[in-house]
Write a protein that binds this ligand. Structure first.
Ligand code: ATP
Ligand code: MG
Length: 166
């Protein structure tokens, strides 16, 4: 279905804002920062599956940021894509693990990850979902500093928008 991605991403982040605010552990302070284009962007996606992807990226950002911090979520358009990103200030990912985290069951540092809970399937499933939409999912990360996950979805500006430009 055609979905207003600004609306959906905002709605999903609102839910995380509520979880974060109800978590009263003082040593774990999270803040979600939104950098969204003001233009409404419509993309062809399955809302349920896309929700699963965002939930995993947000849960990871929280889970692998033991000291809290700011999670910056952005939404913008490029020539042919809508790009969403989720940036954390957490553990980061070692360089030699970067290509493996999208593999099924792969988890960085098994012992620590086990304590955190999870199966190691989240990113593998997310990648399948995004690729099935003709999009891309990738990561940039520095160990000890944090990670940024990007989703690029194919996007064709609405005809009315093209008319507006002329
Ligand atoms: P699941 O999502 O199935 O509950 P999981 O979170 O361990 O379990 P993935 O979401 O696939 O699995 O992530 C795979 C691994 O990549 C994680 O175990 C973690 O080691 C690493 N990882 C993922 N996201 C981040 C992040 N934001 N910061 C640091 N490491 C990450
Ligand atoms: Mg996960």
């Amino acid at each position: 279905e055609m979905v207003n991605i600004n609306e959906l991403f905002n709605y999903l982040l609102d839910r995380f804002d509520m979880i974060i605010k109800s978590d009263d552990k003082p040593d774990k302070m999270y803040k979600i920062n939104r950098k969204f284009t003001r233009k409404d962007l419509w993309v062809e996606i399955d809302t349920d599956r896309f929700t699963q992807v965002i939930d995993n990226l947000m849960n990871n950002a929280i889970k692998y940021s033991p000291d809290g911090g700011t999670i910056t979520c952005s939404l913008y358009e490029t020539r042919n894509n809508v790009v969403l990103s989720v940036k954390d200030q957490g553990l980061g990912i070692p360089r030699n693990s970067l290509s493996k985290i999208f593999d099924r069951f792969y988890r960085v540092d098994k012992a620590r990850s086990r304590a955190q809970g999870g199966t190691g399937l989240g990113l593998a499933i997310s990648k399948e979902v995004i690729q099935a939409l003709g999009g891309k999912l990738w990561v940039e990360s520095t160990e000890g500093k944090g990670s940024t996950f990007y989703i690029a979805l194919p996007y064709e500006p609405m005809e009315e928008d093209l008319w507006d430009e002329n």
